[in-house]
Design a binder for this molecule. Structure first.
Ligand SMILES: Nc1nc2c(ncn2[C@@H]2O[C@H](COP(=O)(O)OP(=O)(O)OP(=O)(O)O)[C@@H](O)[C@H]2O)c(=O)[nH]1
Ligand SMILES: [Zn+2]
Length: 358
């Protein structure tokens, strides 16, 4: 299993893998996905595989399909080109977002990530509300977040920005990085122990790929097939790919995200807004929305100037997005079930009709 450990395998995954009695040759990790074809890496190296029909047809949404970072079970075919993925092992962590203003369907980012690097550029990209949004999603994913304030060379007062970001991050480490001269990169490197899987998220152009290249000690991202020139002629990341660093860590660079809709806030919301969560326990109503109810401890504190209005608004917005998303998901599941029933009914009709003809 040592080869698998280098790919991020840990004891946690044993249970999903026939209680640890499975054959190492049948488990592999998804390193990239391109138009329904999967690049996998297992004990024996890299290979390409297709989804087994059961996974292709049975997938209700995109979370039911393999994504970058997943551990999957494979079955060899008669030729090496016919390897199929027939199962996905339970995910230890799952990072996802919601498309189109947060109202759309779930968009998986990566599975089994240990560390989420939230990258914000100090060239004007930094935004407190967006940082809070990323922190909620990263915490909820089950991975450990870390904030990278990139392009520190372009900021007149980096120290002040770090203090500001730390105040919003509640215990999450904030690191200023300058990828041009390597300032701060050592701190990022320290977090990248062998076998650790890290994912970089942030807007386009904040310097994710530049930093990944620096960590890799080579121009892996710019030369890889995952980089293309955009309309302005800039290199930009076009899809997710897993890279294996010389230090033994595994990184996933993601394309820049203009929008990061919240998929699920879960416990990530209260963990990211502990001062509000604590006050909420004293609200008169157990299910207080902190928007209009009488006896709301959160609004009382807000009126007394004890809660930051920006944080309060951010909390309410993310909470609303989370609730609306949950309703959407439920509707989608119901429609999916209905659709399935209809398909079964149609299949039956076909069977009956053909039977009648005989
Ligand atoms: N001044 C300065 N420029 C930087 C730094 N890091 C990256 N850049 C520049 O910022 C631009 C964008 O960097 P990329 O690494 O391509 O950004 P990205 O986040 O990977 O962008 P996408 O792939 O589109 O998501 C490039 O021109 C880099 O040279 C830095 O620390 N300081
Ligand atoms: Zn309240």
């Amino acid at each position: 299993m040592d080869e698998l450990k280098a790919l991020g395998w840990s004891d946690w995954f044993f249970e999903g893998f026939a209680g640890g009695t499975g054959d190492a040759g049948t488990v592999a990790r998804v390193t990239a996905e391109l138009r329904g074809e999967y690049r996998l890496r297992g004990a024996g190296g890299e290979f390409t595989a297709q989804l087994a029909p059961r996974l292709r047809k049975g997938a209700a949404d995109r979370l039911d399909r393999p994504m970058v970072g997943d551990w999957v079970l494979v079955e060899p075919g008669t030729s090496s080109a016919e390897v199929t993925i027939h199962d996905i092992l339970p995910r230890r962590t799952l990072l996802a977002r919601r498309g189109a203003g947060g109202g759309g369907e779930v968009q998986p980012i990566a599975a089994n990530v240990d560390l989420v690097f939230i990258v914000m550029g100090l060239d004007g990209n930094y935004n407190a509300r967006r940082l809070e949004r990323f922190l909620v999603a990263a915490r909820e994913s089950g991975a450990e977040p870390m904030v990278i304030l990139s392009k520190s060379d372009l900021c007149a007062d980096t120290a002040a920005r770090v203090v500001e970001a730390e105040a919003l991050s509640h215990g999450v480490r904030v690191v200023p990085v300058n990828s041009l001269d390597g300032d701060g990169v050592a701190v990022v490197r320290e977090a990248l122990a062998p076998g650790v899987t890290a994912c970089f998220v942030g807007s386009s152009g904040v310097g994710k790929s530049t930093l990944v290249n620096l960590l890799a000690g080579a121009d892996v991202m710019a030369t890889g097939a995952v980089r293309e020139r955009d309309a302005k002629g800039r290199h930009t990341t076009t899809h997710r790919q897993m890279l294996f660093l010389p230090c033994g860590a595994i990184v996933i660079d993601t394309p820049g995200m203009r929008e990061f809709g919240l998929w699920q806030a879960g416990e990530g919301l209260d963990a990211s807004f502990p001062e509000i969560a604590q006050l909420a326990q004293q609200c008169r109503f157990h299910d207080c929305s902190h928007a209009h109810e009488p006896g709301c401890a959160v609004r009382d504190a807000l009126a007394a100037g004890e809660v930051d209005p920006g944080r309060y608004a951010s909390y309410l917005k993310l909470r609303k997005e989370d609730e609306e998303g949950a309703v959407r998901d439920e509707v989608a599941i119901r429609q999916e079930r209905k659709g399935k029933k209809r398909r079964i009914a149609m299949d039956l009709r076909v069977v009956l009709r053909t039977k009648g003809k005989k």
